[in-house]
Design a protein around this ligand. Structure first.
Ligand code: ZN
Length: 243
């Protein structure tokens, strides 16, 4: 389909190869779990890319033909080439959408886009998380219940050192008492960015239908909207100004 949204699901794909506990949860990798869900959506055209591929699977051809890039990374953020990060950054300014999942908050690309440390509090005891939809009119909340409950999650707590978002779609509550802004929208250039908190390599969160629904909603929201070409610099007046 030529008018389908082209999605590239990127995963560093390291934990799954090195840790049997992670491989048990995501035998084909987190990217395949997410891609498998997206492949079931008729309007999406899905492929995957991983760190160990040449240019991390994000060649010029792939990036140019990607409408929305989904990013999962955790243990290998520093292994991502600065050259590739710069290319991804330029594509976002030019209109490519970006969805950053969970521990991707510390990825080079997210930190570059935010300009802050992107640090947070965390704890891993498998506690309950409840994500409240706080912007029910937002397209990313389409078709969702008032909240999503995750039985067993890693806690991320405030303060999350990020710039003020353009829209806040979810706030998480954790059993241990913390809260977290867990669904955030930004615009950078012509690109739309969505940060979504749930995840973690040892929990089966990327099989949970509501979580996957948020990701596919976010893909449609972040897809390029085909707006006018942006120009900068000195211009002639469109009307007679008398000067
Ligand atoms: Zn985690």
């Amino acid at each position: 389909m030529s008018d389908s949204i082209k999605v590239t699901v990127w995963n560093e794909y390291q934990h799954e190869k090195k840790d049997p506990d992670v491989a048990r949860v995501y035998p084909e990798g987190i990217h395949r779990a997410i891609a498998k869900h997206l492949e079931g959506e008729a309007d999406l055209d899905v492929r995957t890319a991983t760190l160990d591929e040449p240019e991390h699977g994000l060649t010029d051809d792939i990036l140019t033909s990607t409408d929305v890039l989904i990013w999962w990374g955790h243990m290998a953020h520093e292994e991502v080439s600065d050259v590739v990060v710069e290319k991804v950054y330029q594509r976002i300014l030019d209109g490519m959408g970006l969805i950053i999942l969970h521990s991707g908050h510390f990825s080079k690309i997210f930190k570059k886009l935010m300009g802050t440390s992107c640090d947070l509090k965390w704890r891993e005891v498998g506690e309950k998380e409840r994500l409240w939809v706080v912007d029910p009119a937002h397209p990313i909340a389409s078709g969702l219940p008032p909240y999503i409950e995750i039985k067993s999650a890693e806690m991320y707590g405030e303060r999350f050192d990020i710039p003020q978002p353009d829209a806040l779609v979810f706030i998480s509550w954790f059993e241990g008492g913390e809260v977290f802004r867990s669904g955030l929208c930004y615009h950078r250039g012509k690109g739309k960015i969505f940060y979504f908190r749930p995840g973690h390599e040892t929990y089966p969160i990327f099989y949970q239908p509501e979580v996957l629904k948020v990701i596919s909603n976010a893909v449609r929201w972040a897809a390029p909207s085909n707006g006018p070409k942006i120009t900068f610099g000195n211009v002639q007046p469109l009307e007679k100004t008398g000067k």
